[in-house]
Write a protein that binds this ligand. Structure first.
Ligand SMILES: [Zn+2]
Length: 408
């Protein structure tokens, strides 16, 4: 017994010491005069950061039509000592070379928006917020990367590993930009940070999201036509009630939602097609597969019971991305320490759904975070608080230097 306690004590001591060392490491970097000079540079350039953030946002970039915005960002990057190229997916890639011997660290922000081509975007500033479609998702993070590049240069900060600034295409429509980059660079990237949404915390796993539309198909008919068969709304109601009885695990984090439904177009007709949607999410693909199977069984039983048939359309499906050991990896430990050092505590949030998943699915250690608090993403009323962005930019800069390593 005593031996067990001793072993536990030593184990705890080692673990605590290691945790401490990440925190100490980050604290030392944060207190380095060069990093403090970079922070000062950010504070002194608040106005120009806001102006540039707005200017990038006003170049609309619907998914697969990012070229104009990419050219604009490229023109800003050209003012710095960076290796700049595009890849086959249209991703804009700028590498800030390290002095050698450090991890290759990628920071990704996506260029595309969900807004229609031709939309004229004009930002407005009032009461400490900036309003414009796309200002938050994901232009705040594009601007954060540009501001950190300038601050790193101004403070003459060198990192050991390469810092790769990756401006991706097509995140909103299927992550094809990030999928291409991570496939092309598998084995060459040590850390991948997807900046998308987020401010106070970060995530280290990608949640799987499957969307379905289930239809019960019956003969329909007038209200007074002979029954059974019933309106196809009857099996729909029974099925929905039963689906909500299913046990959805909280661990691994999972969700189920039935958000939309429809039936006949008029009051005095039985529905020939009664449908509803299911939004199924989990960080574990087996949970999704299991719930999918149970839902299919319920649908079949209720269709049979009411004498109708069932049909399922998959609206979209993207698998969960969980990398074994990622929670204990260096990128997560450092990100944790960086967030705490900046006063964000507790920093670890739920699984996300963004370009980080593309990296995790390629086996690259990855997290996702962001540079500022925003609201109404994907809406024309999208807006962000201005002042916190500057702190968010400092957090990103500290994360860049802590991951890639501060060179002497
Ligand atoms: Zn986004």
């Amino acid at each position: 017994m005593r031996l067990v306690l001793l072993v536990l004590f030593v184990l705890c001591f080692v673990i605590c010491l290691r945790a401490q060392s990440h925190a100490d490491q980050v604290k030392a970097i944060q207190e380095d005069p060069r990093v403090q000079a970079a922070f000062d540079h950010i504070d002194k350039n608040k106005d120009s950061i806001l102006r540039e953030w707005i200017a990038i946002t006003e170049v609309n970039a619907p998914s697969k039509q990012e070229q104009e915005r990419a050219k604009f960002i490229e023109s800003l990057l050209r003012k710095h000592k960076l290796e700049i190229r595009y890849d086959s997916a249209g991703n804009l890639i700028a590498t800030r070379k390290g002095t050698a011997g450090g991890p290759v660290t990628v920071f990704d922000a996506h260029m595309d928006t969900v807004f229609q081509p031709g939309l004229k975007i004009k930002a407005s500033v009032r009461e400490g917020r900036v309003y414009a479609p796309g200002i938050g998702d994901d232009t705040r993070n594009i601007e954060a990367l540009l501001a950190t590049i300038r601050a790193l240069d101004a403070a003459k900060i060198k990192t050991k590993g390469d810092l790769v600034f990756l401006f991706t295409t097509d995140e909103e429509a299927g992550m094809t930009g990030a999928k291409q980059y991570t496939k092309d660079n598998k084995g060459k990237v040590d850390y991948y940070v997807a900046l998308d949404g987020g401010y106070e915390g970060f995530t280290y796993a990608g949640i799987g999201i499957n969307w379905y539309r289930h239809h019960f198909i019956g003969p329909g008919g007038h209200t007074r036509s002979r029954t059974p068969p019933y309106s196809a709304t009857l099996p729909l109601a029974r099925a929905i009630a039963r689906i909500y009885e299913l046990k959805v695990p909280a661990n691994p984090s999972s969700n189920l939602n039935i958000g939309m439904l429809g039936g006949s177009e008029v009051v005095n007709a039985k529905a020939a097609d009664a449908w509803f949607t299911v939004d199924l999410r989990s960080t574990n693909n087996e949970v999704i597969a299991d719930l999918e199977k149970k839902i299919a069984a319920i649908l079949d039983e209720e269709a049979k019971r009411a004498g109708v048939t069932v049909k399922t359309d998959v609206i979209s499906a993207s698998p969960a991305a969980v990398l074994p050991g990622n929670r204990e990896s260096n990128i997560v430990k450092i990100a944790e320490a960086v967030h705490r050092a900046m006063g964000f505590d507790p920093p670890i949030g739920n699984a996300g759904s963004n370009n980080s998943s593309a990296a995790l699915l390629q086996g690259i250690n990855s997290i996702s975070t962001g540079a500022g608090p925003c609201s109404d993403s994907h809406a024309l009323t999208e807006n962000c608080e201005i002042e916190p962005l500057y702190k968010g930019i400092k957090k990103i800069l500290l994360l860049e230097v802590a991951l890639a390593g501060l060179a002497q």
